[in-house]
Each structure stands twice: as C-alpha cells, then as structure tokens.
Design a protein around this ligand. Structure first.
Ligand SMILES: [Zn+2]
Length: 136
C-alpha cells in the first residue's frame, strides 16, 4: 500500500491512544519521496537562551510514499517513528539513536500489540528496487 496523509493521521491517533495513553501532541505529517528511508522524524534542537538547556522542537513526521509496501510494514514504520517522537517530545535522553529507552518502548509495544517493530528499516532488495524506481 502507499499511505496517504489521512491514513497516517488515523494510524497516529489510533496508536497514540492505544500505546501512548494519548499523550503525544499532534504532529505535522508529510509524505516523502526519498530513496533512503521509510520513515523519519525531523526536529530541531534549540535553546531558549545562550547557555540554556537544549530542547527539541519543530517536529515533522515523514513517511515514504515512493514504494508500495505491505501495510504491516507501513504501520510498523509509523510506530517506529512515534517512539522517536515520544522520546524527543518528552525531552528524554536516550543512550543512542536506538538506545535503551527506544528498545524498551519497542519491546513494550511489540508485546502489547503483537507488532514487529524493529530498530533497522533497511529495506530488503525488492523494496529497495521499488524505492529506486522513478515515479512516473
Ligand atoms: Zn529509528
């Protein structure tokens, strides 16, 4: 399937109440035509004053629409990015990109929802070929 903004928004709201107690604030969703990722959470690190603490802001959830992927992979990609969002929006500091907090949340949601979220979305060769295909 190739997701639409409406589809991603619906899944986001559903997963937010199902797995995050509805605490995630609304986030702008954009579709991406990139060849290099299935999903990506973009945000900026800012500080309010010169030596103040950094905080994360200006979030955008990007989901790839170049490839026609199985629906479960699209859903798990949305969930993967939502875990990044949960960590970033709460200004948590993980040990690394997919560190202890990320893995804990991933395990929790995988067990709770019988999902298959993984830390790496290196697309398989067929999906990679799809991603590389020029849109006509
Ligand atoms: Zn990630």
């Amino acid at each position: 399937m190739i997701p639409t903004i409406d589809y991603i928004q619906t899944r986001f709201d559903e997963y937010n109440s199902l797995y995050f107690k509805g605490i995630l604030p609304p986030v702008p969703i954009k579709l991406s035509n990139a060849r290099t990722f299935l999903g990506k959470l973009c945000f900026k690190r800012r500080r309010k004053w010169l030596f103040g603490p950094y905080y994360n802001t200006d979030f955008i959830l990007r989901i790839n629409t170049r490839a026609d992927l199985p629906e479960e992979l699209v859903e798990d990609t949305i969930l993967h990015e939502m875990i990044h969002y949960f960590i970033a929006v709460n200004q948590l500091h993980d040990t690394r990109t997919h560190g202890q907090i990320f893995r804990r949340e991933m395990k929790r949601i995988n067990e709770m929802g019988g999902r298959h979220i993984s830390i790496s979305y290196r697309p398989n060769s067929e999906q990679l070929a799809q991603l590389r295909k020029e849109t006509e």
